[in-house]
Design a protein around this ligand. Structure first.
Ligand SMILES: *Cc1c(COP(=O)(O)O)cnc(C)c1O
Length: 385
């Protein structure tokens, strides 16, 4: 990683770190002085790059980082990130000592975990944990205040385990209808009140909740999708109180252009047949890059025009039909873009009948990332954990 001076493929992602800085600063205006920002950088920072996003977030107002798994936290530590990191997913109690040693905070939701973890912490080690409450997401967390109290009692017996936080996660914060999230907040408050001692961090909000409801801010928010400049859902996209700047773009380049005749077939299965004399171009991007087979039929951006992907998307390549001949080397925007030539990632998500989160995460490790920051650029190859 990072040692090469250039890369040799004509498909790349661009990540505008200034956009991420902008999005965090605008969120900080909404959260205000009393509420901190935990930057969610799981899944290679939603495809944007763990370390680059973590550093940008921390230097623009975030105090904490969050990831899904311990391995991701350890990767950040190896890359020199020293800020507090919270693992939001489940971790094994057997890894409590490792987490303590690396100063990584874990999520806990059973008293059995506490009992077991005690066996794996050596003398003098301290681990910070966050208690997860299931207030309606049905994923991870204690379900009742009785369970919570038993868990707190168990933790009190072990001075090596410190309750740093308590939190919950919304199932419907990205919907206009507020009722279900209202109920989740009420339940969460009962959990918080049931604790004998208030932990340092009480948190509930994802991006959507942070934008849509002041009553869910508590002491810190977990800022994911909108830090990357994307709306948590199309339903609330027009209701967001800030203008987000999308950070991720995906580009490729025409590597061959040919004029085909009526009846000529394109790609595997020979499913596309030219109706007339057509200009067909080959792009060096395919499903191994996250540009999946269902992208067939989608219109990408060439020279300000939307042109269709024709025939099946292959592992490493796909074909488009051009309105006229374009030279080899012509830049093609798959999503994102700049200077008025923009193809929103949400259109890719709509085409795939999914959400922007999945599109961003799908950009695979094979795609080089080019970063922009303060008019400087650099690139990273294969950002793997
Ligand atoms: C991924 C995640 C987040 C971030 O949510 P966004 O909608 O991306 O802001 C917050 N909390 C938990 C528990 C998560 O898993």
């Amino acid at each position: 990683m990072g040692s090469r001076k250039e890369f040799y493929r004509d498909t790349w992602a661009e990540v505008n770190l200034d956009a991420i800085a902008h999005n965090i600063k605008h969120m900080a205006k909404i959260t205000g002085q009393k509420t901190g920002i935990m930057a969610v950088v799981k899944a290679n920072a939603y495809g944007h790059g763990y370390v680059q996003v973590a550093e940008t977030a921390l230097s623009n107002g975030a105090t904490h980082l969050a990831v899904a798994f311990l391995d991701e936290a350890l990767f950040l530590r190896r890359q020199g990130i020293t800020a507090p990191i919270v693992v939001l997913g489940a971790s094994r109690p057997q890894n409590a000592g490792l987490a303590a040693e690396e100063n990584v905070q874990l999520t806990v939701f059973t008293k059995e975990w506490i009992q077991e973890a005690g066996n794996y912490l050596s003398d003098g080690q301290q681990i910070r944990i966050h208690i997860k409450c299931d207030t309606g997401m049905g994923r991870l967390g204690v379900k009742t205040t009785d369970e919570l109290i038993r868990l707190e009692n168990e933790i009190e017996k072990n001075s090596a385990i410190h309750i740093e936080g308590i939190y919950t996660h919304f199932a419907t914060a990205d919907e206009v209808n507020r009722k279900y999230a209202d109920e989740q907040i009420n339940r969460f408050k009962l959990f918080v009140d049931a604790l004998k001692q208030k932990p340092e961090l009480i948190h509930a909000s994802n991006s959507a909740a942070a934008f849509m409801r002041k009553d869910s801010l508590f002491s810190i928010i977990r800022f994911g999708i909108s830090m990357y400049g994307l709306s948590p859902s199309s339903e609330i996209a027009d209701l967001l109180p800030v203008t987000l700047e999308p950070a991720l773009s995906l580009y490729t380049t025409i590597v061959q252009v040919k004029k085909v005749s009526p009846g000529d077939k394109i790609s595997y299965g020979a499913t596309y047949e030219a109706k007339e004399h057509e200009w067909i171009a080959t792009l060096p991007v395919g499903y191994a890059d996250g540009w999946i087979r269902k992208m067939q039929g989608f219109k990408v951006l060439v020279d300000g025009n939307r042109v269709p992907i024709v025939g099946r998307v292959c592992m490493d390549q796909c074909m488009i039909r051009l309105p006229k001949e374009y030279p080899i080397g012509t830049k093609v925007t798959l999503f994102g873009g700049e200077n008025g030539h923009v193809l929103p990632m949400d259109e890719v998500a709509d085409h795939l009948e999914t959400i922007n989160y999945e599109v961003a995460c799908a950009v695979s490790a094979r795609v080089p990332r080019v970063y922009h920051k303060n008019n400087e650029s650099f690139f990273v190859l294969n950002p793997l954990v």
